[in-house]
Design a protein around this ligand. Structure first.
Ligand code: NDP
Length: 251
């Protein structure tokens, strides 16, 4: 199901007064979504592990006249829950509410048969792509509850909806993402104004796509900037009734 209603375009101030946390904001889709959110008036909380890249996104937002972003260096390979809880406590102490949470960060891992996949790679992919999603959402729930209409956007993939050989831990992590979305959506439905959906970006010209398909001409796929309205829609109040859906940004 397509995420974006036909002809929907964000208003110039579509995300004003909203605070949106984006994981993996240093490059690719996360960077593009962060910049798009900031251009539409949001305060963005940028998380990523590469501090120089985070600072570059921060500088771009300020140079474009956006609201001062939050910079949160954070490595999602961290397996213990405490650092996630401490991050949430810091944001709570600042009096913040989180209106939008974009779980975007992801790693590809090894493109090989499951029987050939190293346990180390399996664990890293599952940790970054789904366990960190659980830990961060769990920690940030009080901040999401503070917002009037919070939206959680999980990043899926075509191989998280139909299994495909040699996509290994990555595909399994994306199936888990879909499962996580469905369980959380069912728990929240009727009891909370927080909504949660998954979004499959489709093929996008980023570092990850180029690594997955080294023989493919990069410009055969759109740049992330061409697709950001999908995320904007799901983060805006225009999608207030969209909940528990597995959506696609292309096709
Ligand atoms: P990129 O590789 O361009 O970006 C991935 C982002 O995740 C980077 O910001 C990266 O930061 C961050 N990240 C990776 N590992 C960690 C970590 N341990 N801690 C914190 N941040 C981390 O990929 P895309 O932009 O293409 O992918 C974004 C999302 O979209 C992913 O979830 C991916 O699975 C999904 N997707 C992408 C598709 C595509 O065609 N591009 C298709 C389908 C789904 P760092 O610079 O530090 O590595």
């Amino acid at each position: 199901m397509s995420a974006l209603p036909p002809h929907w375009r964000p208003a110039q101030d579509e995300l004003k007064n909203k605070t949106i946390l984006i994981t993996g904001a240093t490059e690719g889709i996360g960077r593009a979504v962060a910049l798009a959110c900031a251009r539409l008036g949001a305060e963005v909380l940028l998380t990523g592990r590469n501090e120089a890249a985070l600072e570059s996104v921060y500088d771009t937002i300020l140079n474009e006249g956006g609201r001062t972003p939050g910079l949160i260096p954070f490595d999602l390979r961290v397996t213990q829950h405490e650092p996630y809880d401490e991050l949430a406590e810091t944001l709570l102490a600042e009096g913040l509410a989180i209106d939008g949470l974009v779980h975007n960060a992801g790693v590809l891992g090894e493109r090989r048969a499951l029987s050939q996949t190293s346990p180390e790679s399996w664990q890293e992919v599952l940790q970054v792509n789904i366990t960190a999603t659980f830990l961060l959402t769990r920690a940030l729930m009080p901040l999401l509850e503070r917002a009037s209409l919070a939206s959680i956007v999980l990043t899926s993939s075509g191989v998280g909806r139909r299994g495909k050989a040699f996509w290994g831990a990555y595909a399994v992590s994306k199936f888990a993402t879909e499962g996580y979305m469905q369980v959380l959506a069912d728990e929240l439905g009727g009891t909370s104004s927080i909504r949660v959906n998954s979004l499959n970006p489709g093929a996008v010209n980023t570092r990850m796509r180029r690594a997955a398909y080294p023989g493919e001409p990069p410009d055969s796929n759109p740049l992330p900037e061409a697709l950001t309205d999908n995320w904007i829609y799901l983060l805006s109040d225009a999608s207030a009734l969209i909940h528990g859906k597995a959506l696609s940004a292309q096709g």
